[in-house]
Design a protein around this ligand. Structure first.
Ligand code: GRF
Length: 215
């Protein structure tokens, strides 16, 4: 059983998608060990409580320095047995020591087709504002492993979503969530939990039967 820590900052609809997929069997071989938020008011924490999932809050604001926060954050995570860290709308930069301690065991959902509209400054609505400003006709979402860079890790799954005339950033954000994020995040977790994701030379291969297929 793959034990997950889901890290959140806001509404937690991606967390909800993962909890629902575990409940209805779209994710097998994985369970949520703990939900951690940097924001005490995050509705995501409420969603965890409703399902009797252990939940914690730890914020950089309550520490004298980022260094102290980073150490406490890693220590808190180590209170639990965690096989995979899932960043589901988590807005705090993951400390380098955490990336090292959980090498190739941290995944993130990003609301664009990486490498478009990603990297520093592209978070939340800004991603969709960028897509609309550039006039792209197709956007989407990406699940990727987390490395030391911002949105630079190996891509696991992507799903395209159409941009429609008259879209506002809010409307596009919602469509990307509904049509892509809430589907590919559970799907990626299920693939990892069932040993079907292989990382080789910085690329992800999804194994099918005996062979392997790059996606
Ligand atoms: C999602 O758009 C996710 O891709 C981004 O932050 C948002 C989180 O939404 N990184 P929620 O908290 O899961 O509802």
């Amino acid at each position: 059983m793959l034990k997950l820590a889901v890290l959140v900052s806001g509404g937690g609809t991606n967390l909800q998608a993962v909890m629902d997929a575990i409940e209805d069997g779209r994710i097998t071989g994985a369970g949520i060990e703990v939900v951690i938020s940097n924001n005490a008011n995050a509705y995501a924490l409420e969603r965890a409580k409703q399902k009797n999932i252990k939940n914690e809050c730890i914020s950089p604001k309550n520490f004298a320095s980022r260094e102290e926060f980073n150490q406490a954050f890693l220590a808190k995570l180590k209170d639990y047995t965690v096989d995979l860290i899932v960043l589901a709308g988590f807005l705090v930069v993951i400390p380098p020591e955490m990336i090292a301690a959980y090498k190739d065991r941290i995944i993130n959902i990003h609301p664009s087709l990486i490498p478009s509209f990603c990297g520093k400054g592209y978070y939340g609505l800004k991603v969709h504002e960028g897509a609309l400003a550039r006039g792209v006709k197709v956007t989407g979402a990406t699940v990727h492993f987390v490395d030391e860079g911002t949105d630079t890790g190996p891509i696991i799954l992507q799903k395209a979503v159409a941009v429609e005339e008259g879209d506002t950033p809010e409307v596009l954000q919602r469509r990307v969530m509904e049509e892509a994020e809430w589907k590919i995040l559970p799907e990626a977790i299920n693939l990892i939990a069932n040993g079907r994701v292989k990382l080789e030379d910085g690329k992800v291969y999804i194994t099918k039967g005996n062979g392997k297929e790059q996606v």
